[in-house]
Design a protein around this ligand. Sequence first.
Ligand code: SAH
Length: 254
Amino acid sequence: MSGRLALIGLGPGDARYVTPQAEAALAAADALYGYGPYLDRVAPRPQQTRHPSDNREEGARAGAALARAAEGARVALVSGGDPGVFAMAAAVCEAIEAGPPAWRDLDVEIVPGVTAMLAVAARVGAPLGHDFCVLSLSDNLKPWSLVERRLAAAAEGGFVLAIYNPVSRARPLQLGTAFAELRRHLPAATPVVFGRAVGRADESIAVTTLADADGVPADMATLVIVGSAETRLVPRAGRNPLVYTPRSAQGVSA
Ligand code: SAH
């Protein structure tokens, strides 16, 4: 039997976001690997072993899943959202590149999922309706100076920004520093959207401005969208405003 590894995106939370393709790949697995809370979202099946691991252990988790697949197992490695967005797919590619030649012979399937920024954007309107950039604020794998350069370049370029990993216990202050950097390039009234735990029971959404963004709490389950100078709100009586970025841009402001 030749081993295979499926990298499966579970979406942002609610089971309704799990695609039929992801369901089929989960059902076909002998062994499930992943960060514990993500694995907890997958219903147990008889004959399937489960191998939860810690958040920080991505390299080790990738290696363990690949080694099991190389033994001939059908392995599923789950990620929240999409496996290719700040998640396990790149960790597995790194492990295959650096690992034993036999790992290159494995059948690797990547099953996309609904990434957090799409779920958050869908809650408020169409903030990603024009050009946008995606950035992780974590400086675990890159220097903070590079994060600041990219924030400035994205704002200067007129891109809407989707910010993953805005804070962690080890990094309580960086989101505030990021907003301060963005205020140097963007109007104070620029809309900012906070989406927390979207698709889960404790979901919350807040829409504010860049000027007031420091007042909104954010944690590790929060995705932040910072508009461009073009992003606007459509007020609606008795309903939440629609936040959107028009499809066209004049190239006069950034
Ligand atoms: N692969 C995941 C992202 C992993 S990085 C995806 O595609 O969504 C982890 C970051 O994703 C969190 O810090 C947060 O910024 C964001 N995130 C993940 N799930 C979320 C959710 N349900 N609601 C809001 N943000 C979420």
